[in-house]
Design a protein around this ligand. Structure first.
Ligand code: NAP
Length: 292
């Protein structure tokens, strides 16, 4: 089978399509035939070696934290052929098959498209964590609303009863217009200082618009610590793998209450080109990679 592996840190060309034996599941593990993995921007940092302190890896390393697919042989309450989704801490999903801890996998009910479900784990869980403390009636600015995380964050903030102000440049305006946001501001042409947000969800790889938050408000950042005035509470977080929360996201999708947006679907072997596009700032939103 093919696996998109890196044999050392470096540029996009360190990602190689290797022919490797199909992995064999051990105790508590399942073999999954991959329907899709999803690209996440943090994998650029991983591949370049910028995360080596926080996320040490060995080589060769197969990329891919998000997986959706079908269980190959029964075990741990899953039947052969069951569609599943999961977030794999050890990566490995950028391949034809991957071995996954059974506890990391969530079954997909009918009505949830299997490949598209790979958009959910990292991006959906990050959005869910970002909105966790929102309260109904709050004015919430989602910075980066047109991104993979932002797309879910807008919908989940609306479900929490917030009034959502979303940022979108011309590149993401059409996507954000479909997200359900109450107001949309083009951050490239309009200052955000007057927004008066109770909460800023900072989900963009850019300087946080700290001035958009009212005194006494809060900043929740997924992209690193944000320095704020003393009157503004500023926190940042790293997404946690949480199958229970992932199951909640899956249930929302199945019920038609959370929509998945796919920006592009590309062949698995395009992964080096996807990384190149990410480094060239040419990607927005969720890109799926599917084995041929
Ligand atoms: N903490 C964690 O555990 C965690 C987990 C997942 C992701 N992340 C991080 O969260 C960020 C978003 O991830 P993603 O997958 O959603 O990325 P993405 O799909 O590439 O989206 C990035 C978003 O940022 C917007 N943006 C870019 N420059 C901006 C600026 N100057 N001001 C406002 N918005 C700007 C983009 O839209 P426009 O170009 O239209 O502005 C786009 O909506 C990334 O930095 C990623 O590494 C962190």
């Amino acid at each position: 089978m093919r696996a998109m592996r890196i044999h050392g840190y470096g540029g996009p060309d360190v990602i190689v399509a290797d022919e490797v034996p199909r992995p064999v599941p051990g105790d508590g593990e399942l073999l999954v035939r991959v329907a899709a993995t999803a690209f996440n921007p943090s994998e650029v940092g991983l591949r370049r070696g910028l995360l080596r302190e926080v996320l040490p890896i060995g080589f060769p390393y197969t990329l891919g934290w998000d997986v959706s697919g079908t269980v190959v042989s029964a075990g741990a309450g899953f039947a052969a052929g069951n569609p599943v989704v999961g977030r794999l801490d050890a990566g490995g999903a950028a391949a034809d098959y991957v071995v996954a801890p059974a506890g990391a996998l969530v079954g997909l009910p009918p009505g949830v498209p299997v490949a598209a479900a790979a958009a959910l784990p990292v991006a959906g869980l990050t959005a869910m964590q970002a909105v966790a403390d929102l309260r109904a009636g709050q004015r919430v600015l989602v910075n980066g609303a047109g991104g993979a995380v932002g797309w879910f964050a807008v919908q989940l903030a609306k479900r929490a009863g917030a009034h959502v102000v979303a940022t979108a440049s011309a590149r993401t305006a059409a996507t954000v217009a479909r997200s359900g946001a109450d107001e949309i501001i083009d951050h490239t042409t309009t200052p955000l200082d007057g927004v008066g947000a109770d909460v800023l969800l900072h989900l963009a790889p850019a300087a946080a618009p700290v001035g958009a938050v009212r005194p006494g408000g809060a900043i929740v950042s997924a992209t690193g610590p944000v320095v704020a005035p003393p009157s503004v509470r500023s926190t940042h977080f790293v997404v946690a793998a949480d199958p229970r929360r992932l199951a909640e996201l899956v249930a929302l999708v199945a019920a038609g209450e959370l929509r998945i947006e796919i920006a592009a679907t590309r062949p698995l072997t395009d992964l080096p080109a996807v990384h190149q596009d990410a480094e060239g700032d040419r990607l927005r939103g969720k890109v799926l990679l599917v084995p041929a």
